[in-house]
Design a protein. Structure first.
Length: 257
């Protein structure tokens, strides 16, 4: 089986407007189910990903269908510098416990976690210990929008955990394929109007991912439901980054088979 023929599947927690779903789609990995509590974001998910099982409240989600990959950017309000500093025991960020529970029930080969870099001082040890308790090792990396040619930092920590039966014990292949080659294996991400945000070819020839000026996000009255949409975009995982993570998993999965 080649990397492009992989039969990996994906489930998404704290899905927002589908940044991880889109990244998986670009990598050729179907999303089987997602879970999002906010009504506006669920409506966006339903419109964009019509044939995916949708759940609303992770606290009520029990034993969803088996998938190979679970992703989730659990709430960062108590972890980020803009929050109150309660950390992973806070009311919002404490929902990590629910993500941990669902992952333990499904036991995917891979788990992708996204959060504020402050997680390293406000609960990351809990995350890693919990993962270890259910048989996962992990690698992590801070990635910024500028690493992918975007005109903003949006620095986030990304952790990829892998079931120890799947992981590095049988290979020297690490999951993250940074080494100065971010985007090398990424497919073009195209807006509905046909403008490419980035292409792997541009990266290979210029050494950077080329950002084209977006046409469909403006701060004026032409943008319907402005507050909901801006809040959704602000909380979203960048598809270019999530696509990179899924491509890393595909290469790792092939290496350990």
């Amino acid at each position: 089986m080649t990397i492009d023929e992989t039969n990996l599947t994906h489930g998404s927690l704290f899905s927002g407007i589908g940044g991880f779903e889109l990244g998986a789609e670009l990598a050729g990995i179907p999303t089987i189910w997602n879970c999002e509590i906010e009504a506006f974001q669920r409506a966006v998910l339903k419109e964009r990903f019509k044939n995916i099982t949708q759940y609303e409240d992770i606290r009520k989600l029990t034993n969803p269908a088996k998938v190979n990959i679970i992703s989730g950017g659990f709430p960062c309000q108590d972890i980020s510098s803009a929050g109150g500093g309660a950390g992973i025991d806070g009311e919002k960020s404490g929902l990590w416990a629910e993500m941990y529970r669902v992952c333990g029930e499904v036991r995917p080969e891979y788990i992708i976690i996204e959060n504020s870099p402050n997680l390293t001082i406000r609960g990351f040890e809990r995350v890693l210990c919990n993962l270890s308790q259910i048989g996962y090792d992990a690698e992590w990396q801070c990635l910024r929008g500028t690493d992918f040619g975007m005109p903003h930092f949006r620095n986030r920590i990304y952790c990829i955990a892998y079931n120890m039966q799947t992981g590095r014990s049988r290979t020297t292949q690490v999951i993250f394929k940074n080494n100065g080659n971010l985007g090398k294996h990424l497919k073009p991400y195209v807006q509905n109007d046909g403008d490419a945000i980035f292409t792997a070819r541009e990266y290979a020839t210029t050494g950077r991912l080329v950002l084209h000026k977006p046409k469909d996000c403006r701060n004026d009255d032409e943008l319907s439901k402005w507050m909901d949409r801006v809040a959704s975009l602000g909380n979203a995982v960048m598809p270019v980054v999530s696509n990179y993570l899924f491509e890393c998993i595909k290469y790792h999965y092939e290496a350990v088979r």
